[in-house]
Design a protein around this ligand. Structure first.
Ligand SMILES: [Zn+2]
Length: 477
C-alpha cells in the first residue's frame, strides 16, 4: 500500500500528534496512591545523616512518613518496593536547560533519569507555559518546570540574526529572544515580562553597561529574579547591579588580584545568596572533544557511537549540526586555556567562599543529553572542583531548591514534602557516579520502576519530534 501525503498535511499530522497528551502513565497509579519503600537507606539531603533500614511511606503526591523499618507500619493496599541494599535520594534538579530546543519528548528523559525539576533558561515561553500546564494537569509526563522569559539580548545580536537566511539559522529566534537596546527599553520589557507567569528573567547578551544596570534595577523593582550570562561584565559590576544568579562563568575575571582579594569578592556574592551554574559538562562534552567526534555524534541517528543520541529530537540534531560548524580548533584551545588558568580556579574559590555552585548541564548544547548529562555534571563537581559527593548531591537537590524558592516542598526527603525521589542501586556518597544507577523514580508520588522507565525511554525514542522538526524556522507556520 502506498500513501500519498503532501508535506503540509504530514506536518499538520505531526503537530496534532505532538499536541496529544503524552500519557505513557507507568503502571498507572490508583486514585488512593500509597507507596511504601522499605528497608532502604535514606539520604535525606537536608544535612541530617543517612537513615539505614528505613521505610518511607508516600501517600498521593506527598511523603507521609519516614521511620525505622521495624516500627513503621505499611498501610494495607500500599504498593511495596523493596529498598534493601538501595539508597533513596531526593529527585534531582537541572538548573540549566533549553527545553524548546530539546522539544517535548525530552521531558520524559528527565523523569527516566531521576530529574524531577528543571529550570528552563530561555526558550519559546508561550509553548513552555503550555507544557507546564499540561504536566500540572496530569496530561503530560514531565518534571516541575521553572521558566525564564525569552532570552534578553543585545539589540545588535538580534539584528545580526535577522540578517541570516533560514538555512543559516534554524532557530525561530523571534519566539525565543527579545532585543534590549537601551535603558528605556530595558524598563519597558522587564515591566511587560514581569506581568507574565515567568519565574525569572535571563540575560544572554547586553547592549552596554547602562542597559545592563537598567535591567537589574527594573527586575529588582518588580521583584523578579534576574539571572544569566556575565561575559564581559566584571564581577564587581555584577555584584553592584544586584543580579541574582550567574550562568557559566566570569570572563574576564578578577585577574591581577591576590587569592585573598578574590575570595573577599566571592564572599560578598555568597552573602547576597547569588548562585552560579557553571555548566561544566558543556565545556567537557561540547567544547573540548575533537570536532570529528562531535560531527560523528551529530550524525549518529541510531545511537551507535553514543547510545544517548538515539533520544535526541530532530530539531535539536539540526541545531547540533550548526554547533559542530562553529566548533573550531582555535576555539577549543582558547577555552581549554581559560578553563585551566582561570575558570577552574575561580569556581573552586567560589565554592570555598560559600557561593552555591549549582548543577546545570545546558541542555540543547551539542552532545549534552536531557536528563542524562546532569549526572556527568555532578561527577565533574567532584573530580574538577574538589567537592565531596555529598556536597555535589546537595547542590543538585536542596541548594537548588532553595535558590529557586521551592525548598518548602522539594529538595530533600522530609515528611510533608512532595514525593520526588530517586532509588539508587548503589551509594552515591561512595561514588557520585552511582547517581546514574537508577532502580526507580518517584515523581509526585507516581512510581516509575525499571520497566516503566524502559517504557518511557521507548516512548521518547519513537516520539513524533524525533522524526520531524516540529519547531525550527522551516517547520514554523
Ligand atoms: Zn544556556
Amino acid at each position: 500500500m502506498k500513501l500519498f501525503v503532501n508535506e503540509k498535511a504530514l506536518l499538520m499530522l505531526v503537530v496534532v500528534v505532538a499536541a496529544l497528551p503524552n500519557v505513557s502513565a507507568p503502571n498507572a497509579a490508583p486514585a488512593a496512591n500509597v507507596v511504601a519503600i522499605r528497608n532502604v537507606t535514606v539520604l535525606p539531603g537536608n544535612g541530617a545523616p543517612p537513615v539505614t533500614d528505613a521505610t518511607v511511606i508516600v501517600r498521593d503526591d506527598r511523603i507521609a512518613a519516614i521511620g525505622p523499618a521495624a516500627e513503621t507500619a505499611i498501610p494495607a493496599g500500599a504498593r511495596v518496593i523493596d529498598g534493601r541494599d538501595k539508597f533513596l535520594v531526593p529527585g534531582f534538579i537541572e538548573m540549566h536547560a533549553h527545553l524548546s530546543k530539546a522539544r517535548a519528548s525530552a521531558l520524559g528523559l528527565f523523569i527516566a533519569n531521576g530529574v524531577t525539576t528543571v529550570r528552563d533558561m530561555g526558550g519559546d515561553h508561550e509553548e513552555l507555559l503550555r507544557w507546564r500546564q499540561e504536566i500540572r494537569a496530569g496530561n503530560r509526563v514531565g518534571p516541575r518546570m521553572l521558566i525564564a522569559g525569552p532570552y534578553l539580548e543585545a539589540a545588535r545580536n538580534i539584528e545580526r540574526m535577522r540578517r541570516d537566511p533560514p538555512e543559516k539559522r534554524i532557530e525561530p529566534f523571534e519566539r525565543t529572544r527579545i532585543a534590549v537596546g537601551s535603558p528605556a527599553e530595558a524598563r519597558r520589557i522587564v515591566a511587560e515580562l514581569a506581568s507574565r507567569e515567568l519565574d525569572f528573567l535571563k540575560i544572554r547578551t547586553v547592549q552596554d553597561r547602562p542597559t545592563y544596570l537598567a535591567l537589574n534595577e527594573a527586575a529588582n523593582a518588580h521583584g523578579i529574579p534576574l539571572v544569566g550570562h556575565v561575559s564581559g561584565i566584571p564581577p564587581e559590576v555584577v555584584l553592584e547591579a544586584g543580579q541574582d544568579g550567574i550562568e557559566h562563568s566570569f570572563y574576564p575575571s578578577l585577574d591581577g588580584k591576590t587569592r585573598e582579594e578574590r575570595l573577599a569578592v566571592w564572599r560578598k556574592f555568597a552573602d547576597r545568596r547569588v548562585a552560579i551554574v557553571p555548566t561544566l559538562v558543556a565545556l567537557f562534552e561540547a567544547t573540548f572533544p575533537a570536532t570529528d567526534r562531535l560531527r560523528a555524534i551529530a550524525g549518529d541517528d541510531e545511537g551507535k557511537i553514543e547510545p544517548r543520541r538515539a533520544y535526541v529530537s530532530k530539531y535539536l540534531v539540526l541545531d547540533w549540526r550548526e554547533q559542530v560548524e562553529e566548533a573550531t580548533d582555535q576555539r577549543r584551545q582558547t577555552l581549554r586555556k581559560i578553563w585551566d588558568d582561570v575558570i577552574r580556579r575561580d569556581l573552586r574559590e567560589m565554592h570555598e567562599a560559600g557561593i552555591d555552585v549549582l548543577a546545570g548541564s545546558d541542555v540543547s548544547v551539542l552532545n549534552i543529553y536531557p536528563g542524562f548529562s546532569i549526572h556527568d555534571e555532578l561527577a565533574l563537581f567532584v573530580s574538577e572542583l574538589g567537592m565531596t559527593p555529598a556536597e555535589a548531591l546537595e547542590r543538585a537537590t536542596l541548594r537548588s531548591a532553595r535558590f529557586l524558592r521551592i525548598a518548602d516542598s522539594v529538595g530533600s526527603i522530609e515528611r510533608g514534602k512532595i514525593a520526588d525521589l530517586v532509588l539508587l542501586d548503589a551509594d552515591p556518597l561512595q561514588d557520585i557516579r552511582n547517581t546514574k544507577r537508577i532502580a526507580a523514580v518517584v515523581l509526585r508520588g507516581t512510581v516509575y520502576d525499571a520497566q516503566a522507565i524502559t517504557k518511557l525511554l521507548d516512548s521518547v525514542r519513537t516520539a513524533p519530534d524525533r522524526r520531524a522538526d516540529d519547531w525550527g524556522r522551516k517547520a514554523s507556520k
